[in-house]
Write a protein that binds this ligand. Structure first.
Ligand code: NAP
Ligand code: HSE
Length: 434
């Protein structure tokens, strides 16, 4: 039997993800060949700094400091773009497509910012872009929504989409670890973005949510318009109080249909212990989807890190080689120019809320605070106040409300925070009971 010609792949970026991709393509070459029907070989790789020590060797030693060596190599048909950020990633993607390469990428920032432009270019050039690794690392959520659940009208998505944030909040919760120390650990483990502010301020999860919402709801959402709050405002006390009430804190991305619009947000929320989101720990991600035919589905797996992400990138390379990526790309019209722009609804979901108010420790204060909540129609479900005041004469007051709209609670808190019975800004988190 004749041996099929190998497919030559170029890899641009040999950091955490790129090194994992080369390792997987080399170490699992036989297994991958069986799935692809032909050998897949790394022909060339490009990096920024040739002097840096590498954990993998590029077969044949074809490593260059100029990504054009990948785009201009006519023997390379598929390129993995594993450089983060917007530039030069956008320029490299354009050059790869213009030189006839199918592209696989893990760069969600690039897709959330320039997706429509890049996907149109790929279509004009008859090429495909595959991006499973861009959302939720090793979890095959792009294929699940884009292909496997195609018969469904998706009603809602709820997910933990940033491994770094989840790693930080779980280590704070389980070991009482210091925020800055755990963030450094997440960087050492290769979970964090080059600029980790994008992880902890919610940007990364929001960009991923915009990509998922496009796949699920068929509309393009400018990610910067999605309301977002990160975990960077959390402290250990909040995590401890949540635990006392039977909850954990997670950074949760939410998208759902609401009167012809999309209600979307990314924010820390209290999730009830024992529910799948609450049991998602460390660098794991989770996505819960409700489809009208399939009902609720739950996906769970490592959302960051070298080999889980490489798993998704290499699966995309195989899909590209066998032609599946091109079919998906052509048939789903993913990120096409005629995709309607989504109108984002004001997020005023009726939910329970968790409040932490730094109240002055003197007579009448509790009555004043509960009175203001009552004036805004907010009913209190439970309350905690420990006899442990701070040096400034305040004491933390933790309140769990019955379901109420977020606009009402925001107005009530603005009123409370402007009064003379509290100190500093109060914290308000949504409570997700299922
Ligand atoms: P990384 O470790 O910082 O690696 C980035 C790589 O890009 C480095 O090898 C760097 O070269 C290379 N690079 C930068 N500028 C270049 C240029 N002009 N030409 C050629 N190469 C260039 O980043 P990463 O963690 O692997 O992430 C890569 C992408 O995957 C990002 O978009 C990230 O958001 C995404 N992602 C990451 C993970 C994860 O867990 N890390 C998971 C999912 C998705 P040098 O090595 O010479 O500096
Ligand atoms: N920095 C990202 C995270 C990598 O922590 O989830 C995976 O996209």
């Amino acid at each position: 039997m004749a041996v099929a010609e190998p497919v030559r792949v170029g890899v641009v970026g040999l950091g955490t993800v790129g090194s994992g991709v080369v390792r997987l393509l080399v170490e699992s070459a036989d297994h991958i060949e069986r799935h692809a029907g032909r050998p897949i070989v790394v022909a060339r790789a490009a990096v920024k700094d040739l002097a840096k020590a590498r954990s993998v060797e590029v077969p044949g030693g074809h490593l260059s400091a100029d990504w054009r060596d990948v785009s201009r190599d006519p023997a390379i048909s598929v390129a993995a773009l594993l450089v983060g950020g917007l530039e030069p990633a956008r320029t490299i993607m354009i050059d790869l497509l213009e030189h006839g390469k199918d592209v696989v990428t893990a760069n969600k920032a690039l897709l959330a910012e320039h997706g429509p432009e890049l996907f149109e270019l790929a279509r004009r050039r008859g090429r495909s872009i595959a991006f499973e690794a861009a959302v939720a690392g090793g979890i095959p959520i792009v294929a699940a929504i884009g292909e496997c659940l195609a018969a469904n009208r998706i009603e809602s998505i709820r997910g933990i989409l940033n491994g770094t944030s989840n790693f930080i909040v779980t280590r704070m919760e389980e070991d009482g670890a210091d925020y800055a120390h755990v963030l450094r650990l997440a960087q050492q483990k290769g979970y964090a973005e080059a600029d980790p502010a994008m992880d902890v301020d919610g940007t990364d999860a929001t960009q991923k949510l915009a990509i998922l919402a496009h796949l699920a709801f068929g509309a393009w959402v400018p990610w910067a318009e999605i309301p977002r709050t990160g975990i960077d405002g959390l402290d250990l006390d909040l995590i401890t109080y949540a635990g006392e009430l039977g909850y954990r804190i997670r950074l949760v991305a939410v998208a759902g249909r609401s009167d012809g619009r999309l209600a979307m947000r990314v924010a820390p929320a209290l999730v009830k212990r024992g529910t799948p989101l609450a049991e998602t720990r460390g660098a794991y991600n989770a996505v819960s989807i409700v489809g009208d035919a399939v009902g609720r589905m739950f996906f769970h797996g490592l959302g960051a890190g070298q080999m889980p992400t490489a798993s998704a990138v290499v699966a995309d390379i195989i899909d590209t080689v066998v032609g599946r990526a091109a079919i998906t790309f052509r048939t789903t019209g993913v990120l096409s120019a005629d995709t309607p722009a989504a109108r984002i609804a004001g997020v005023d979901m009726q939910e329970r809320h968790f409040l932490r108010i730094r109240a002055q420790d003197r007579p009448g204060v509790l009555a004043r605070i509960t009175g203001i909540l009552g004036e805004h129609g907010i009913s209190i479900a439970s309350m905690i106040q420990h006899d442990a005041g701070a040096a400034d004469g305040t004491v933390p007051l933790v309140i769990m409300t019955h379901p109420c709209g977020s606009t009402a609670i925001r107005k009530a808190l603005d009123h409370i925070d402007a009064s003379d019975v509290v100190s500093g800004r109060s914290v308000c988190l949504s409570v997700l009971d299922e």
